[in-house]
Each structure stands twice: as structure tokens, then as C-alpha cells.
Design a protein. Sequence first.
Length: 240
Amino acid sequence: MIKIMHLNKSFGIQRVLNDINLDIASGEILVVMGESGSGKTVFLQHLIGLLKPDTGAIEIDGQNIIPLTEKELLKIRKGIGYLFQEGALYDFMTVFENLSFPLQEHTKLTNHQIREKVKEIISVVGLKGAEEKYPSQLSGGMKKRAALARAIILDSKILLCDEPTSGLDPQRSRDISDLILGISRKFSSTTVVTSHDITNSFRIADRLALIKDGQIIALGTKKELESSEDQEIKRFLLKI
Ligand SMILES: Nc1ncnc2c1ncn2[C@@H]1O[C@H](COP(=O)(O)OP(=O)(O)O)[C@@H](O)[C@H]1O
Ligand SMILES: [Mg+2]
């Protein structure tokens, strides 16, 4: 379970996160929706300690990660898969190498076990046959799949995905969203996705949060949000 309490973050005079309070249940898929520049990425980066808040706390399974040192954070990060918006694969490594690298770095698995694990995950994300390809040889959708595979290769119980559908066509967006849903359920991962893609957010979310100017202005299920009479929420859902 992830508990976010009174999270505040400013860059200079710009307040980007404004008193965010949120509980994310184990195994839940929460989608944080918001317009470009609303603070989605900044929010997500706080959850793995890439950014420190000015004030507030983030508890992961009861442990506040804010006071942790960089070294202590590394341990926490091993348990969190993060799909960066840009994918962040190593361009000079093949798909197979991109996936085996974290296993070599962070586990004691033998080469044979690593090979088997990579094969399993490649099959989970539907990338069979692309093992020896370099990122530059992959389509946008395949790159996202490879990056997602890398995010989950260490069996993280928490999966964070930053705008997984950005830059993809509608069909590919739907595919990657369904894949995230499937993976989250298969591994019972607590999943936080940021998105401005309302169709796919609604498809996969257990709950959705709407963020505007760094504040959560709505939180609930698809049904709750859709039936809201709040003008701000209505406008937001029609617009994005
Ligand atoms: N490292 C940073 N330094 C200064 N401003 C930043 C930094 N990161 C993000 N911002 C600002 O914070 C706001 C929210 O950014 P971001 O979380 O990336 O939005 P989005 O919802 O599009 O992901 C933007 O105005 C952005 O310019
Ligand atoms: Mg962003």
C-alpha cells in the first residue's frame, strides 16, 4: 500500500504539487489524469524518490521514503518498476541485453536462469522474435513493450507508468493499456499510471484521480467520475 500525505512541491515560485493526499491500495490500478503540465510526472517521480517534496510524506508498506538516503532509496527502487515516458532503453543493447542487464546487476540468478526469465517476460509482453533487435529497429509500440518488460523484470510489486500511450496510435494505445492491465492483475502489482488518454484510462483503472494545477480535484471510479455533476470535472472529461 502507498500512502501519500500532504505532499507539496514547488520549483522556484511555481507550486507544482499542492497538498496531495492519496491512498493507493495493494493490487489497485490508479490512473492519474491531467492536462499537460498539471504535475503528473512530478508526482510519479516522487513515488520512487527521484524528486523530494518540500513537505509531506510517502509511505510504502508503512515506511516513509522521504527521509531515506540515496543508498536506502536504491533498495526501495529495486521493488518498483518504472516505465519512463520516453521508454529509456539502452540504445546500444539489444532487447535481450536490455532485459538481462537488471537481472545481472541486481540478482544472483545464473546465466541460464536469466535466459529463462527474459524469455518468460518477452512472451508476457508479446515481443517474441524481437530479442536480438536494437531499440532503433523497433516500432513505437514495440519499444513501449520492451520498456514495460524491463520495468517488470525484477518482479516489482509496484509498477509506475508515465503516459504509456503517448505517441502511439489508437490501436497501439489500446494494446499497451490492456497489457498493463493484464500484467498488473497477473502479478498483483500496485499500479499507478499517468495519462491524458481518457478512453484507455477508463478501460484499465480501478480508480482515477484528476489532477489540476497540482491538486487532486476528483478521485473515484469511472462510474463515479462520469456521473459527477461537478462542472470542473465535466469540463475536464470532455476536454481531454
Ligand atoms: N525539474 C523541474 N524544474 C522546474 N520545473 C519543473 C521541473 N519538472 C517539472 N517542472 C514543471 O512542473 C510542471 C509540471 O510538470 P510535469 O509533472 O512534467 O507535467 P505533466 O503533467 O505534463 O507530466 C510544469 O510546469 C513543468 O514545467
Ligand atoms: Mg509528464
